[in-house]
Structures are given as structure tokens and as C-alpha cells.
Design a protein around this ligand. Structure first.
Ligand code: PLP
Length: 369
């Protein structure tokens, strides 16, 4: 059982992350693995996760912003690094100074990167995502600009819109994007023989080895969450994050007493209510009120009433033996039970990504392993 010595903390199991990285390396086959550690490694801590990923076999890191890259650099992570998001103004010079690669999808972007002295540019093609990336009609102008500016093109990339949809309505679109990109990338690689081709996120990496090309860009799988929103053990992945708090108050209430804002829950019988000092400010969403369970002493107990900003309440039952100080697991395993990010995501009608990214800054990360 996981104990706690403070209000709440997120325990990050780095051994699990290392195991997940090795699993992705195995699935990726000949393709290299770029570990995506944007958004503080999906809430898991970018520095510790970046280091762990490199030690476990990833060969590069990816982030969204220049500031994220600078943070990693300032902690001694000198490996190849890609900033996948758009840059503006002085960010170009900062990217160059940090020695990180950037993405370009317009002639202006290629010129800005080259003028600033960015170490390497990845040309991004929009094969159907409809977000960043050059559309097919604009690729020729992009290449012309890159050649004219003598840009150091080190990558040719795209991003899939529906890789996670294996058998639903959009399942075919993944293959369509793959076919479009494969043709375009082959043409570009004739111009830039040294550039690495990459397209796959976690879902594409597990779904289709043909999407691997020279490198895969994996995030969610490294953290032990399923890109297909199912039980991660089905892919051989181990969840890395647990969120642990404790019972700060126990009180006996009578039948028909209500608990919390709006009186959204009333006791059907006399029972014991436990208070957990964690709320939506910590990323435990208000939508989980009357709609989730937590683990105490290895058993599931329901979250009752509204989740407040800083507190939530659980029904320990009339026979509950918990006292002040009993650990409470909001996410993760305790004894034989486990609450996964996928479970919380389903209850909140969102995806597992938003669960781990959403754990608030007020919850300290404790890295173990
Ligand atoms: C976030 C991101 C990834 C990683 O996606 P996962 O589904 O977490 O593996 C890959 N590529 C790009 C461009 C991204 O923005």
C-alpha cells in the first residue's frame, strides 16, 4: 500500500516508464523512438521522464514549446530535441541558442529557422490532420524555400488524426493518410537523403508497423496509458502515475443527511463520511462528483456529493474502519484494485491524456524507481 506524508502527491514510477519505453522500442522495431515529454511529460515531470526515457532506449525528445526545451536543456539533457509547436518572435533565436530542432510547414517558417541558425528543420506535411503542416499543393514552394535558404532539413513528418480509431467510423482514414504521406515523403527524401521520416504517435506505433518509418514519436504509451483508451495491460503497458491523499476527517451522518454543495447526495442510511482534501483545483474534476470511486484499504468506495475546489467526500459505509490518516488512492493501484486514467476518463467523458495532464501543480510529483 502506498502511504502519504502530505496532503496529496502524485507518485511517478520511473521503473514503469522505463519498462514502457522498452516496450515501445520493441514494438517500433527498426524505427528509433522519440520520447514526447511535452506538457511536463503529460503531468509526470519532464526532467525525470526525459532522463528515464533516454536511459531506456529513446534516442531523442520532443516538446511543444521552446520554454519546455530550455527547461530540459538547463537540467543537462543534451540529446537531440524537437520543438513540435509553432514559434514566434524571439523564440526562434532561443531555439537556436538551445540547440533544438524545429518544425516548418511554410517558406516563411523555413526562412525564420535558417536565419536564426536553428540546428535542424523538420518539414511537416498535412496528410489529413488539418492542423500544422503544408498541404500537398504547397509542398513544392516549401522545398524551394528550404533549398534556397540551404536549410538543414533533418526530418520529414506528418501527424495522424485517427490512429486511435482501430475499428470505428474513421478507421480507414488512418490508412489513407499513411498512403498519402508515404508517397510525399518518398519524393522529399530524394531531395533530402539524410532526413529521417516520422509519422507515428503511440496509437500508430502499436497499430501498424508500416507507420514507423525511421522514427516514432510516442507520448501516452510511455506513461502507461493506452492510446486506444482501453486497459493498458492489453498492450503490455504499466501505468506510471498514482495520486494519493488521505482521510482528513471521518464523521457519522444520519439517514437523509446531505453532503456537500447543492445537496446533490443524501444518505439512504446512517453511514460514515470520509473527507479527502483534494478537489478540482488539483485536477480531480467536478464531473467526478457522485460519479467515481477511490481506494481505501484496498477497497473501492464511492465519491459522494459535489467535488469542491479543495475537498471531496466519500462514503466509507456504516462498517468502515478508516480513521484520520488512512491513505486514499484517487488514481493508481492499492492492493488488488486499480483505478486507471482510462476509468476516470470514461467517467468524465474525456480521454486518459486529459486526466494525467490535468493533475494540478499543487500536487507535488514524487519520482520513484
Ligand atoms: C503529442 C504528439 C505526439 C505524441 O502523441 P501520443 O498519442 O501521446 O503518442 C506525437 N506527435 C505530435 C506532433 C504530437 O503533438
Amino acid at each position: 500500500m502506498i502511504g502519504t506524508v502530505e496532503r496529496a502527491h502524485a507518485r511517478i514510477d520511473l521503473a514503469a516508464i522505463a519498462q514502457n519505453v522498452r516496450r515501445v522500442v520493441e514494438v517500433a522495431g527498426a524505427a528509433q523512438v522519440m520520447a514526447v515529454v511535452k506538457a511536463d511529460a503529460y503531468g509526470h515531470g519532464a526532467i525525470a521522464c526525459g532522463r528515464t526515457a533516454i536511459r531506456a532506449g529513446a534516442t531523442a525528445l520532443a516538446v511543444h514549446t521552446v520554454a519546455e526545451a530550455e527547461q530540459l536543456r538547463s537540467h543537462g539533457l543534451t540529446v537531440p530535441m524537437l520543438v513540435m509547436g509553432p514559434l514566434i518572435g524571439p523564440e526562434w533565436a532561443r531555439a537556436a541558442a538551445a540547440g533544438v530542432e524545429t518544425v516548418a510547414w511554410t517558406p516563411e517558417g523555413v526562412l525564420a529557422a535558417t536565419a536564426a541558425g536553428v540546428v535542424g528543420v523538420h518539414l511537416e506535411l498535412d496528410s489529413g490532420m488539418g492542423r500544422l503542416g503544408a498541404q500537398p499543393a504547397d509542398v513544392a514552394a516549401l522545398v524551394e524555400a528550404a533549398t534556397g535558404a540551404a536549410a538543414n532539413v533533418v526530418g520529414i513528418m506528418t501527424h495522424f488524426a485517427t490512429a486511435d480509431d482501430r475499428d470505428g467510423e474513421q478507421a480507414g482514414f488512418f490508412r489513407e493518410q499513411l498512403v498519402r504521406f508515404r508517397a510525399a515523403a518518398a519524393t522529399l527524401q530524394a531531395t533530402y537523403p539524410g532526413a529521417r521520416i516520422h509519422a507515428a504517435n503511440s496509437a500508430a506505433t502499436f497499430r501498424d508497423p508500416r507507420a514507423g518509418f525511421d522514427m516514432v514519436r510516442c507520448g501516452i504509451a510511455l506513461y502507461g496509458c493506452s492510446p486506444f483508451h482501453e486497459d493498458p495491460s492489453a498492450l503490455g503497458l504499466v501505468p506510471a502515475m498514482s495520486v494519493v491523499s488521505y482521510i482528513a476527517m471521518v464523521k457519522t451522518i444520519r439517514s437523509r443527511d446531505s453532503v456537500g454543495y447543492g445537496r446533490t447526495w443524501r444518505a439512504q442510511r446512517g453511514t460514515q463520511v470520509g473527507l479527502v482534501p483534494v478537489g478540482y483545483a488539483d485536477g480531480y474534476a467536478r464531473a467526478l462528483g457522485n460519479n467515481a470511486e477511490v481506494l481505501v484499504n484496498g477497497r473501492r468506495v464511492p465519491v459522494i456529493g459535489a467535488v469542491s475546489m479543495d475537498q471531496l467526500t466519500v462514503d466509507l459505509g456504516p462498517e468502515g474502519t478508516e480513521t484520520v490518516g488512512t491513505p486514499v488512492v484517487l488514481l493508481g493501484a492499492q492492493g488488488p484494485e486499480r483505478i486507471t486514467a482510462e476509468e476516470l476518463a470514461e467517467r468524465r467523458r474525456t480521454i486518459n491524456y486529459e486526466i494525467t495532464c490535468g493533475i494540478g501543480q499543487r500536487v507535488p510529483r514524487v519520482h520513484l524507481g
